[in-house]
Ligand binder design. Structure first.
Ligand SMILES: Cc1cc2nc3c(=O)[nH]c(=O)nc-3n(C[C@H](O)[C@H](O)[C@H](O)COP(=O)(O)OP(=O)(O)OC[C@H]3O[C@@H](n4cnc5c(N)ncnc54)[C@H](O)[C@@H]3O)c2cc1C
Length: 433
């Protein structure tokens, strides 16, 4: 397995349970192992009746219809159906592999009939899966970057590691499953696809999913799928770290106030209203702003309604003082506030009561809708339509087969875990044969 995120772990465990020997190589240090699942809260599962971990029911037909609606019908239907049906047994399978789930009856997670919350969040889930992998004698190597794969004449691969001299530290594998995540964490890759604006973007997840393995697979002849310039972005606090800010830097209070650009001019809210996922609609709008910067402006009333954020707001007693603190022309911000108060978007309230406050915002990329094509057995598809029975891909590196655009809450973990598990089983059966 190349990559030790949720896809790589599920692939490793599923393969190992069939009896084959498994080695998992991850380029991150131990403290950062687990990829983006460290940040995840919940994942989407089909179930016909209430279970101790998810109330009511959520049918495969609903999941497929919702997926069809957000992707505009662009998903590979066979893979979408495999993912949706695989989600039905995901919870018991993860529990069998040591993951604990949060019972909603305890009342500490929001009501959701579509998603399950691992107890302790994604980090606890990842730690449990690593413990299980060690217990099953899966060889795990952190700080181990795979640089290249070379196929060998009688089937299988030579896996070349970074930093190794020619002929040294190469691993021979009967089959390889690449679970190295999507692209995005590589500044040069971002600049190549997003131009100068790339420097103003933030990446919400691991800096270790740099897309080099994806480029390598495409270089070997793998068929590309999706679009490198289409990504899921959300509004994040500009004061957060450039990488790996996770979910806590997300700005969730936009419906409580007004957004302005870096000069203090109002940005209207068309198409980005009051719905709970409004921050995902704001991501691309902020990315399109000058310097990829915008500010959320609140008054005392908005501050009171807003959920706590990771960073304290910049506060001032008057709009003029706030403008000075943000380096805006005072008249410009005053005009923006006056126009907002005169023509408020539905559900918003006027900005009138001191103190006034601001959150600086940037766009944070969650994932890119670009990857390598796979067939229905998760085998990498070559540009000429063939598939190689010894080379598989699972997780975000192939998500664009199903998710060329759009997103549904809790889909990332479900997709990566289900396809990881399936790829592990497929590859192991091939090796055993
Ligand atoms: C902030 C944030 C919050 C999220 N919240 C949720 C949520 O609540 N629910 C949900 O369903 N989804 C969520 N997601 C999405 C979800 O986390 C991902 O879809 C999922 O974790 C992807 O798993 P993966 O294993 O495919 O890839 P990744 O998590 O990207 O893992 C890839 C792994 O491969 C390693 N790697 C990369 N290149 C190499 C190489 N050359 N050699 C060796 N190793 C390599 C990386 O270090 C990493 O460990 C969230 C994502 C982010 C960023």
């Amino acid at each position: 397995m190349v990559g030790g995120g949720i896809a790589g772990l599920c692939a490793a465990l599923a393969a190992r349970r069939t009896g084959v020997s498994v080695r998992l190589l991850d380029n991150a240090p131990v403290a950062m192992r687990g990829g983006n699942a460290r940040h995840a809260r919940n994942f989407r599962v089909v179930h016909g009746e209430p279970t101790p971990y998810v109330p009511d029911s959520y049918h495969a037909s609903e999941f497929l219809a919702e997926l069809g609606s957000v992707t505009g019908g662009t998903a590979d239907q066979t893979l979408a159906e495999r993912m949706v049906s695989g989600s039905e047994t995901l919870v018991p399978w993860l529990i069998e592999n040591g993951v604990a789930m949060q019972p909603p009856s305890l009342g500490v997670v929001p009501y959701s009939r579509r998603t399950v919350f691992p107890l302790g969040g994604g980090k606890a889930m990842i730690n449990a899966l690593y413990r299980q992998a060690a217990a099953l004698d899966i060889a795990i190597s952190s700080n181990s970057e795979v640089r290249a794969l070379r196929d060998v004449a009688d089937g299988g691969w030579i896996v070349e590691m970074a930093g190794s001299a020619p002929g040294e530290s190469v691993i021979e594998a009967r089959a390889v499953i690449v679970c190295a995540g999507g692209p995005g964490a590589d500044a040069a890759w971002l600049r190549a696809h997003y131009g100068k604006s790339a420097d103003g973007l933030m990446l919400r997840g691991t800096p270790y999913a740099d897309g080099r393995m994806l480029d390598h697979l495409i270089g070997l002849g793998g068929c590309a799928v999706g679009e490198p310039t289409v990504c899921h972005m959300v509004a994040v606090d500009a004061r957060g770290p450039r990488f790996d800010g996770g979910i806590v830097t997300r700005i969730t209070a936009i419906p409580c106030g007004m957004v302005v650009d870096r000069f203090g001019a109002r940005i209207d809210a068309i198409g980005a209203g009051q719905e709970p996922t409004h921050y995902a609609r704001w991501g691309p709008r902020i990315a399109a702003c000058d310097d990829q910067m915008a500010y959320l402006i609140l008054d005392a009333d908005g501050l009171q309604r807003a959920a706590p954020q990771a960073f304290a707001p910049i506060e001032a007693e008057t709009i003029a003082a706030l403008a000075a603190a943000l380096d805006f022309e005072p008249a410009k911000l005053a005009a923006a506030v006056a126009s907002f108060n005169a023509t408020q978007p539905t559900g918003a309230r006027p900005l009138i009561r001191a103190p006034f406050a601001a959150y600086p915002m940037r766009a944070g990329i969650t994932f890119v809708h670009h990857g390598v094509a796979v067939d229905e057995r998760l085998r990498v598809r070559w540009a000429d339509g063939r598939a190689n029975a010894t080379l598989y891909a699972a997780g975000m590196i192939m998500a664009a087969n199903v998710l060329r655009r759009g997103y549904l809450a809790g889909l990332g973990i479900t997709l990566s875990a289900v396809f990881g598990r399936l790829a592990g089983e497929e590859a192991a059966h091939h090796v055993a044969r």
